[in-house]
Design a protein around this ligand. Structure first.
Ligand SMILES: NC(=O)c1ccc[n+]([C@@H]2O[C@H](COP(=O)([O-])OP(=O)(O)OC[C@H]3O[C@@H](n4cnc5c(N)ncnc54)[C@H](OP(=O)(O)O)[C@@H]3O)[C@@H](O)[C@H]2O)c1
Length: 277
């Protein structure tokens, strides 16, 4: 039986990677910063390590056949890729749809850098380039409880992806052949306006929730205060504005790889009703 190391195992995608591997009968080791507090299934071996300190990763990497790698947004540590390549052959890296991200957007820069490091290593790699996660809409939870979401660009059409589909693609890449050197851009099955996403969440929780258009200049001020990164806010506003005229793309990659349709935003919302109530 093979053994896979899952980084970010307690995160949005990693928790589904863990459960999917366990279900497939694969031995799972989780890299966590605190094995004492990490909530993980009983069958999973939790090993302490920190991606910001490459030397702490050795025990977790011992005798693993592959790694699900996510990067938590800390400064890039090139040694991490070297250490992984020194212990295993295969990596599935959770990346972003870098082509669609604006220059000033920090995540694009670190994803591109890590992809570059992996490409020039000896690893057999698969890049799982996910479009924005459905879970990002949890940021609206407070406003949804009040019955109205005030944000700009309600007509921006997004193809948000269910995190379980991202995990399923990563697991497929790690446990079956034919994915080496592939960079999969994965999206949800349809593009929906942000206003529709809010309506669908309302339907899932059984309450009417409406979208109220916030002028971009007011949003700029509020989001900069909340996120503390003016450049990132600008990039987000630019992307949303662009998705009003040109809907975010929808790929059939999830369906092609998994042999079933990608999960819908409605399915995601129905699974998260408790988070919005
Ligand atoms: N949100 C989006 O729309 C989107 C779209 C495309 C790509 N992405 C990318 O997805 C990644 C985030 O994935 P996610 O949402 O599944 O994760 P997440 O929910 O943000 O979870 C963070 C995970 O990172 C781990 N972690 C944090 N700092 C760490 C460190 N120094 N060393 C080791 N582990 C550390 C945490 O582990 P412990 O606390 O258990 O140690 C936790 O499991 C980012 O790279 C982001 O750019 C996001």
């Amino acid at each position: 039986m093979s053994r896979i190391l899952v980084t970010g195992a307690t995160g949005n995608v990693g928790k589904h990677v863990v459960s999917s591997l366990v279900k497939a009968g694969v031995e799972v080791r989780a890299l966590v910063r605190d094995p004492g507090t990490a909530a993980l299934p009983g069958e999973v071996e939790a090993v302490r390590g920190d991606l910001s300190s490459p030397e702490t990763l050795e025990p977790a990497l011992r005798d693993v056949d592959g790694v699900y790698l996510m990067w938590p947004g800390i400064p890039v540590e090139p040694r991490v890729v070297e250490v992984i390549a020194g212990h295993t052959k295969r990596v599935a890296y959770l990346s972003a749809d870098v082509a669609d991200l604006a220059d000033g957007e920090r995540p694009a820069i670190f994803h591109q850098e890590i992809e570059r490091l992996i490409r020039k290593s000896s690893l057999a790699w698969t890049f799982v380039r996910a479009i924005d996660f459905a879970t990002n809409t949890l940021a609206w939870a407070g406003q949804i409880r009040q019955g109205v979401v005030r944000m700009p660009y309600g007509q921006a059409r997004r193809s948000l992806i269910h995190e379980r589909d991202i995990a399923a693609v990563a697991v497929q890449a790690l446990t079956s052949d034919g994915h080496e050197g592939a960079a999969y851009v994965i999206t949800g099955p349809e593009s929906l306006t942000q206003a529709d996403q809010v309506r669908i969440i309302g339907e899932a929780i059984g309450r009417e929730v409406r979208w109220e258009e916030l002028p971009p200049e007011v949003a700029r001020e509020q989001l900069t205060a909340a996120w503390g990164n003016a450049e990132f806010v600008e990039a987000r506003l630019r992307a949303w504005r662009a998705f009003v005229d040109t809907p975010e793309r929808v790929t059939d990659t999830v369906e092609r790889l998994l042999g079933r349709p990608a999960l819908t935003f409605r399915q995601w919302a129905e699974e998260h009703v408790d988070d919005f109530r």
